[in-house]
Design a protein around this ligand. Structure first.
Ligand code: ATP
Ligand code: MG
Length: 418
């Protein structure tokens, strides 16, 4: 037997309705916000991710699925959704569309990680990106979209953590202060942090190791180093979030794992998933489009992990209605076969979901099967039904029965299921 690769998962027929529900909710909320879908390839030139994500990040350093194709090009399976969108935006000259432009994607994402609950090698992200507005109103819009989506799904135990990591100017000042603080202490920190110290000290704030966290707790806070413009941006965003009734906490330790962020960063975090508590993460990235060869374009967006979201829904008891079929048409004998299939055809044509027998089973076992499928109604077609031109419909939930003329069945069911 050939097994599924480590860190990947099948979505089975009995479970896919949960994915479809979440994806449909995402699409519905995006439509309300005028965000249009964008689809980019699963693989890109490796160079794109090196330039956009940054070579001091975990993703680029150790998590990318990179290989040489038969033409000798270095190709990488997308480790996140934002870079491909930026590449497409520049390549297709989308800035000639009316800006701002809001886009969304639902995509598989590949990272070579140590698999555990909520951490896979192939996972899926729902992401939203807004291009062309530097205003904190757009930060609030995008956070609001994520908030509405999560609220619509009925998810509790999530809180919004917000921070600003400033612009390259204030970050340089902060980096100097942080480096000075960490200088005496870096010897006591983990190997990863020692490596980050010379390459990208800000990332040390993101370390999950207990000892490192304790040291970092006393470090200078970036919020104390913001320049006037970055500070104004943050306080404007905060007041807009308050106006919109979106609760949040300011959390100066959030820095995000990717290099391209500027100013606003945020995460929706839960305490219900252990160490994999970040369900949605995003922020502003005003310099990304330039870094992939476009004009300066302010952007803000987020990526939301669908596996973690579904896990959280399961663990906090958010129910999703199981799929069902409206009617199962059982056939009593071979003589009724034609009539049975004709009825199923007309039901389906009218928008009623219908199933019938394909295994020449007894009526009893057809009804058992119908019950397993969760059919709302069941009808049995036999000699007497063919003669009388009427069918007895049984409602499975309460066992009640009604005789309905064959040509009125569709109407009868449509009235009751809608
Ligand atoms: P983490 O700190 O958990 O590694 P990250 O900072 O690498 O997360 P992002 O790159 O911001 O995560 O990705 C956005 C979202 O995608 C995360 O908040 C999470 O919900 C999800 N995600 C990221 N990596 C994985 C993974 N390996 N498996 C499942 N979901 C993931
Ligand atoms: Mg990660």
């Amino acid at each position: 037997m050939i097994n599924i690769p480590k860190g990947t998962k099948d979505v089975l027929p009995g479970d896919s309705y949960r994915w479809q529900y979440v994806e449909k909710t995402a699409r519905d909320v995006c439509a309300l916000y005028n965000a249009r879908e964008i689809r980019t390839p699963v693989f890109e030139h490796t160079e794109l991710f090196l330039r956009s994500i940054g070579d001091t990040t975990d993703i680029v350093n150790k998590e990318m699925y990179t290989f040489e194709d038969k033409g000798g090009r270095s190709i990488t399976l997308k480790p996140e959704g934002t870079a491909g969108v930026a590449r497409s935006y520049v390549e297709n000259n989308l800035e000639s569309c009316s800006l701002p432009l809001k886009m969304f994607y639902i995509t598989p994402v590949f990272r070579y990680e140590r698999p555990q609950a909520g951490r896979l090698r192939e996972h899926h992200q729902f992401g939203v990106e807004a291009y062309g507005s530097p205003s904190p109103a757009m930060d609030c819009e995008i956070i609001g979209l994520a908030y509405d989506f999560l609220t619509k799904l009925g998810i509790g135990r999530l809180s919004l953590h917000l921070n600003s990591i400033g612009c390259p100017e204030c970050r340089a000042k902060y980096n100097a202060a942080l480096t000075a603080f960490l200088g005496d202490r870096i010897g006591d920190m983990c190997e990863n942090c020692r490596d980050r110290f010379s390459r990208n000290p800000l990332r040390i704030l993101d370390c999950k190791v207990e000892g490192c966290r304790a040291i970092v707790a006393g470090a200078p806070k970036i919020t104390d180093y913001l320049c006037d413009d970055c500070r104004a941006h943050m306080s404007e965003l905060e007041s807009r979030l308050k106006d919109a009734g979106i609760p949040y906490v300011v959390d100066p330790d959030i820095v995000r794992g990717l290099d391209y962020y500027t100013r606003t960063v945020f995460e929706f975090v839960t305490d219900a998933l252990g160490a994999q508590g970040t369900v949605c993460a995003g922020g502003r990235y005003d310099n990304l489009v330039e870094s992939v060869g476009g004009k300066h374009t302010p952007c803000v967006g987020f990526g939301l992990g669908l596996e973690r979201l579904l896990l959280l829904m399961e663990q906090t008891g958010v129910g999703i209605a199981r799929p069902h079929i409206d009617i199962f048409v059982a056939r009593q004998s071979a003589a009724a076969d034609k009539a049975c299939r004709a009825l199923v055809r007309s039901l389906r044509a009218a928008g009623v979901s219908a199933e019938t027998d394909f295994l020449d089973r007894s009526v009893k076992s057809q009804l058992k099967y119908a019950d397993k499928l969760g059919a709302t109604y069941v009808a049995v077609i036999g000699e007497s039904e063919l003669e009388s031109g009427s069918v007895r419909l049984k409602k499975m939930s309460d066992g009640s029965e009604t005789d309905v003329e064959t040509d009125k069945i569709t109407q009868f069911i449509l009235k009751r299921i809608n």
